[in-house]
Design a protein around this ligand. Structure first.
Ligand code: IMP
Length: 188
């Protein structure tokens, strides 16, 4: 009998980053982040994960960050259904703690048009953190509609809709351990 993972894999056109490649790059990013913040001599780094896509990436990343870290989460919605940005961003869940005078890093799964991060950045900057950086696992530069400064990027990818390792299509496929391109006929 076919397993659920095998069933999900049938929607994958191509695997872009397998488990090993992801683990290696996530470790490298964590090392870079650790080295950069060590220079600032910080007492605490607040890492804000953007729900739900960043959860797998963030949990792997923080395990390799060798600094005092606390975590918080925000949920936003930038897509209605399907694969294209609706152009509007709604805050569905806010962070629990104040970030005033704190060093903050947003962790996102993917930057596409940049609208979500631009909105989040403005919102969080208004709360006067000591610093605010952005880390994303994936970046689709060809699709950018607004410029957002992104400090840490795992991989740049082409304009393809990707799933797995936290990323979804209509809330499915997040559990795939790799990142793959979704077959266009699934969302056509
Ligand atoms: P942006 O506001 O257009 O930059 O969109 C960012 C959000 O869109 C991400 O946090 C994802 O939730 C979603 N997104 C954009 N591209 C993809 C993709 O290829 N696969 C899955 N989700 C995506």
């Amino acid at each position: 009998m076919q397993s659920w993972q095998q069933h999900l894999a049938e929607s994958v056109e191509e695997i872009l980053f397998d488990e090993e490649t992801l683990a290696k790059r996530v470790k490298e990013l964590a090392k870079e982040i650790t080295a950069d913040y060590q220079q600032l001599n910080i007492s605490e780094l607040v890492i804000i994960g953007i729900l739900r896509g960043s959860v797998l990436f963030m949990s792997d990343l923080i395990r390799h960050i060798d600094l005092p870290v606390t975590i918080d989460f925000m949920a936003v919605s930038s897509y209605t259904k399907g694969t294209r940005s609706s152009g509007t961003v709604r805050i569905l869940k806010d962070i629990n703690e104040s970030i005033q005078d704190k060093h903050v890093m947003i962790v996102e799964d993917i930057v596409d048009t940049g609208l979500t991060l631009q909105c989040l950045r403005e919102l969080l900057c208004a709360r006067q953190p000591k610093s605010l950086r952005i880390c994303t696992l994936l970046d689709k530069p060809l699709r950018r509609r607004v410029e957002v400064p992104v400090d840490y990027v795992g991989f740049q990818i082409e304009d393809k809709f990707v799933i797995g390792y936290g990323l979804d299509y209509n809330d499915h496929y997040r559990q795939l351990p790799y990142i793959g391109v979704l077959k266009p006929e699934i969302y056509a």
